[in-house]
Design a binder for this molecule. Structure first.
Ligand code: NAP
Length: 245
């Protein structure tokens, strides 16, 4: 388990990212919490410190290379190493294909895919030198099965799975593993946006008959982040209540 490890978590101030940060902290990892909104990230960091670990808040947009460099520099200044990177920051801009605006496409691809690329590129240099690292990308079930009204989001998450596999191949000999988690439908502000009728329809397609929780995803992160998961790389771990097999 990640005791005394250093973990960067993007999009850490709420939802799944917040649960991931707490799960890692509860196992003794020090946390670099990255998010656009500084006050909420600082509030999360204060709570993380109460768990008894070191934590810092970094205001950063994962789509901006300069912010990503700032994130890595802050982690190295404070802790001198980066063991775990969780690329969790993500957005949706849903619309049917024919109505989807260029800016909806660009925004989603930029945060969900380019953001993960930038954070991985900056962090992989350090992990390669260390000869140790765990990179975990939060993809999505819809990157595997598609979803009407989410062409941009599904493409970004399918792209993230391709990025995961390519990076896994490149970094394996440096003892850096790269894996993805594909959550099903998880109860967060992202899915709160769904109309109740849509949520009910979705639930009927889930063999477990419920939405997942952020902790369901955080538990899978803990598994992949562990030292003992050293021989698992390039994989997509589905955490979806059986919705897609
Ligand atoms: P959420 O509640 O909307 O939280 C997303 C977090 O990412 C927020 O803290 C947000 O910051 C941050 N963020 C957004 N854009 C960012 C950027 N450019 N740079 C840095 N941080 C940014 O979403 P969630 O449901 O927890 O989702 C987390 C991840 O899981 C996403 O990648 C999502 O695609 C994936 N996922 C979610 C579900 C689900 O059902 N919820 C299913 C499959 C996959 P602000 O607070 O500043 O906006």
């Amino acid at each position: 388990m990640p005791k005394n490890k250093v973990a960067i978590v993007t999009g850490a101030s709420r939802g799944i990212g917040r649960s991931i940060a707490f799960a890692l902290a509860n196992q003794g990892a020090n946390i670099v919490a990255v998010d656009i909104d500084l006050p909420s990230t600082e509030a999360t960091v204060a709570e993380l410190k109460a768990v008894g670990v070191e934590a810092i808040a970094v205001q950063g947009n994962v789509t901006a290379a300069a912010d990503v460099e700032k994130m890595v520099a802050a982690a190295m200044d404070k802790f001198g190493k980066i063991d775990i990177l969780v690329n969790n920051a993500g957005i949706t801009r849903d619309a049917l294909l024919v109505r989807m605006k260029d800016e909806d496409w660009d925004a989603v691809l930029s945060v969900n895919l380019k953001g993960a690329f930038l954070c991985t590129r900056a962090t992989a240099k350090i992990m390669s030198k260390q000869r140790y690292g765990r990179i975990i990308n939060i993809a999505s079930i819809v990157g595997q099965m598609g979803n009407a009204g989410q062409a941009n989001y599904c493409a970004s998450k399918a792209g993230l799975i391709g990025l995961t596999k390519s990076n896994a191949r490149e970094l394996a000999r440096r003892n850096v593993t790269v894996n993805a988690i594909a959550p099903g439908f998880i109860a967060t502000e992202m899915t709160d946006k769904l109309p109740e009728s849509e949520r009910q329809k979705l639930t009927t397609q889930i063999p477990m008959e419920r939405l997942g929780t952020p902790d369901d995803i955080a538990n899978a992160v803990l598994f992949l982040a562990a030292e003992s998961s050293a021989y698992i790389t390039g994989q997509v771990v589905a955490v979806n209540g059986g919705m897609y097999m």
